[in-house]
Design a protein around this ligand. Structure first.
Ligand code: CU
Length: 159
């Protein structure tokens, strides 16, 4: 029996068209999500980002750092200029070179860890964190917001 295209059920054709459309939408959406939000990766996730030198802007939202995968160069002193664009209070707290937090809870400016100044940044406010990169190339140094220590974290890779 020959296939007569003019006699295909219209209902099935429409369902098929909808399924294809939905698939295309999802594939497109996920490919866009993959392109990253910090603008430094250019959508390629496996290539290390260019090391920052000097100063870098980091936006704090509810509850995330817009840059949570940062690369720095050994021997540098890096200044993070932080802006809280969220509603909640946030901060930035970097671990010791061994990756551990020596200060539990909210970090302090005269404590052992590196803490943003101020250590509690209200909505709409800015803060500064100056950090001497430890002499430990190849190390990944964690950082976090002490107010959202589970969800609001990041990593600084030392090159
Ligand atoms: Cu936070």
């Amino acid at each position: 029996m020959k296939l007569d295209l003019t006699r295909l059920p219209v209902g099935e054709m429409m369902v098929g068209f909808l399924v294809v459309s939905l698939l295309a939408t999802f594939i497109l959406a996920f490919s866009l999500v993959d392109s990253g939000t910090d603008g430094t990766d250019g959508g390629v996730t496996d290539v290390p980002s260019t090391p920052i030198s000097g100063a870098a802007d980091v936006v704090m939202g509810d509850n995330f750092f817009d840059s949570n995968d940062i690369t720095v160069t050994v021997g540098d002193t890096v200044v993070f200029n932080l802006t809280n664009e969220g509603i909640a209070i946030h901060n930035m707290h970097i671990t010791q070179p061994d990756g551990s937090y020596s200060e539990a809870g909210i970090c302090t400016l005269d404590g052992a860890d590196t803490c943003s100044d101020p250590s509690a940044v209200p909505s709409g406010q800015t803060a500064v964190l100056e950090w001497e990169v430890p002499d430990a190339p190849g190390t990944e140094i964690p950082f976090r917001c002490d107010f959202h220590p589970i969800e609001m974290t990041g990593t600084i890779t030392i090159q």
